[in-house]
Each structure stands twice: as C-alpha cells, then as structure tokens.
Design a protein around this ligand. Structure first.
Ligand code: PHE
Length: 330
C-alpha cells in the first residue's frame, strides 16, 4: 500500500488524483482486492488485517483530499493571476456625449414651428431636376440657377441645393390647407469661412384658400419666431428675389454682437441676414396643379443660426468633428 501514499503526493493534477482515487477506492480498486484477499487469511489474522486496511483506507482518503484541496487552490491561484482584473487600476475616464450645436439649433427651430401647428416633412437628398428647380419656377437655362452651385449626377439627378423641393413633394401628395416645415441637409459647391458643401436648412410653407394668406401673416410669424430664437432683436424685411416667391424678401435681425452699432460680424452694417421668404409664386402652384390658393414660404440656414447663437466664427469648425468644440456645448 505504501506506494499509493507516494503516488498521491506526487500527483500534479486533479485528474491524476481522480485516476488514483479510482485505482485505490474503486470497486475493482486495490483496497477492494486487499479486502477480498483477507477472506482467505486464517481467521485469527483477519481482524488485524482489517484494522490495518481500514487505517490505510482512512489515511489515504485524508491524504487524497488534502492533496486535492491544495491542487485546486494552486489552479485557482494561477487562474487569478492570469485572468485576474487589477482592481487597483484607475478606471478609464469616459466622456459624456452631447447634441451637436447644429442639431440642437435645428431641434429648437422645429420645436417653435411644431408649437405653431406646422407639421414636419422630409424628402430625399438625391433629387431630380423637376422637384429641385423646374417646379420651383426655375426652368432650364434660367439665369437664377446660377444662384446655387449644384452637384449633378447627371442632367436629371442632383444633390438638392435647398429644402424647397420638399414643398413640391408635399403639395403633390396632399391637398391644401398646408402648414409644413422641412428640416434637412442640402448641398452646394461652396467652401470657405461661411460656406460648406453640406449644410442644413429648415423650409416653411403655408398654403390656404385664395386671399387667405398675406405678407402680413408671414411677417407676423417670422418676427415671433426670430424673437423666440434671438431674444429682443430688431427685425427688418428687405426686398429680394427668389424664383419661387413673389414678392420676396430677405429678413435681417439687428446684430446680436454689437446691438446694431456695427462690428466685424455684421460687416459694420448693424444687421445680420438670417432668412429668405416670400409669397408663393403662382407658377409654383401651377406646377403642382393647385387652383385658387395662396401661400407663403420661407427658408433658413441652420448653421448660420447656430453660429450666431453660439458665437462660432468659422462655419467649418462645425464639421471637423473636434470634440473640444463639442465639449463646449454640454
Ligand atoms: N430656397 C431658398 C434658398 O435656399 C430659401 C427660400 C425658401 C426663400 C423659401 C424663399 C422661400 O436660398
């Protein structure tokens, strides 16, 4: 029996110990065999042999358990060392996210018009010539097409240069009255301090019965909207031109940086141009086959609003993805 003590102590894995356990204590194991042999021993020796075997049995069992325990501890310690997590390490610092200033500004604009019962519509960024130009009273070769440098895919397909095509799409699949806005990205071949090839606009369109919509209605809502966005500013409407509105106007607010005194941002004029608007041109209604209606429309650049509200000097910084810019808007 002696050899089994050595074997148990030499065992280096739990698996080997298990094999030993079966070899010693199993049904066909050494102990069973020894007890079997005992039967053929002379009667007076039997008690002694049994006692001896039982002593071996309990000693071996105890040794086996001890060895198993220490092997298991060893395995555990090794695993902890290899797979362990060092809880004394500092947790890596995680930054809190925030809305991009352009999206935050867009949300505020949308919020205003939704509160005024305008519904929100969207349209495709890849447009066709009809929706982006033709139906908006901008026939092919019309000089006013030069106002917007267009990215073309082909003669017919392009990246929309403004959100005005959503006016057309909405009018083509609904009937008046309409009170809608269309926020979204638009694209022009432009790149400098105040222009990026992609930027965002919010379009507005209101259509009702002939004679029901006046320039005064337009003026009222835009003044209310601009005061909501910029606070107590002066507002002026300047005659302008858009092919899809007649009459048309551009809207200025008194410079929020110098309060109208004249500074670098307003080019010493005291005014900042913030949107375009007008009374919908009859040719537009004709293109969507609307009869006996009147309406107003307006469009604005969201980045321009964001830059004014947050005093951002270079439009391009809004698109560089530098977290140091975003960190300032939490
Ligand atoms: N679509 C014009 C632009 O992008 C803005 C506009 C919209 C003007 C609606 C008048 C009415 O410049």
């Amino acid at each position: 029996m002696k050899e089994w003590y050595d074997k148990i102590q030499a065992a280096e894995s739990v698996e080997t110990l298990e094999e030993i356990r079966i070899a010693v204590f199993g049904k066909k194991g050494v102990l069973s065999a020894e007890f079997a042999k005992m039967k053929s021993a002379p009667n007076e020796e039997k008690a002694g042999i049994a006692k001896e075997l039982n002593t071996h049995k309990s000693k071996l069992m105890a040794l086996l358990n001890d060895q198993k325990n220490s092997l298991q501890t060893l395995v555990l310690e090794r695993a902890m060392k290899e797979e362990g997590i060092d809880v004394t390490l500092y947790a890596s610092h995680s930054e809190r996210g925030s809305l991009h200033p352009v999206m935050e500004t867009m949300d505020r604009i949308v919020e205003y018009f939704v509160s005024m019962n305008f519904s929100v519509h969207t349209g495709p960024m890849v447009e066709d010539d009809f929706h982006n130009f033709e139906a908006l009273n901008l026939p092919k070769y019309h000089p006013a097409r030069d106002m917007q440098d267009t990215f073309y895919f082909s003669d017919e397909m392009l990246l929309r240069t403004h959100t005005s095509p959503v006016q057309i799409r909405t009018m083509l699949h609904t009937q008046p009255p309409i009170r809608m806005i269309a926020p979204g990205a638009v694209f022009r071949r432009d790149y400098d301090l105040t222009h990026t090839p992609m930027f965002h606009q919010v379009e507005g369109l209101l259509v009702d019965k002939e004679g029901e919509v006046s320039f005064a209605n337009l003026k009222y809502i835009l003044e209310d909207f601009l005061k909501y966005m910029f606070g107590d500013v002066n507002i002026r409407f300047r005659p302008s031109f858009f092919p899809f509105t007649e009459p048309s106007a551009e809207v200025d607010i008194s410079c929020i940086f110098c309060e109208g005194k004249g500074c670098r941002v307003c080019s010493k004029t005291g005014w900042l141009e913030v949107l375009g608007c007008g009374i919908v041109d009859p040719n537009v209604f004709e293109a969507v086959k609307y009869k006996d209606v009147s309406g107003y429309a307006f469009g604005l650049g969201v980045e321009r609003f964001a830059m004014l509200i947050h005093h951002i000097g270079d439009l391009r910084s809004l698109f560089e993805g530098d977290v140091r810019l975003l960190e300032q808007f939490r």
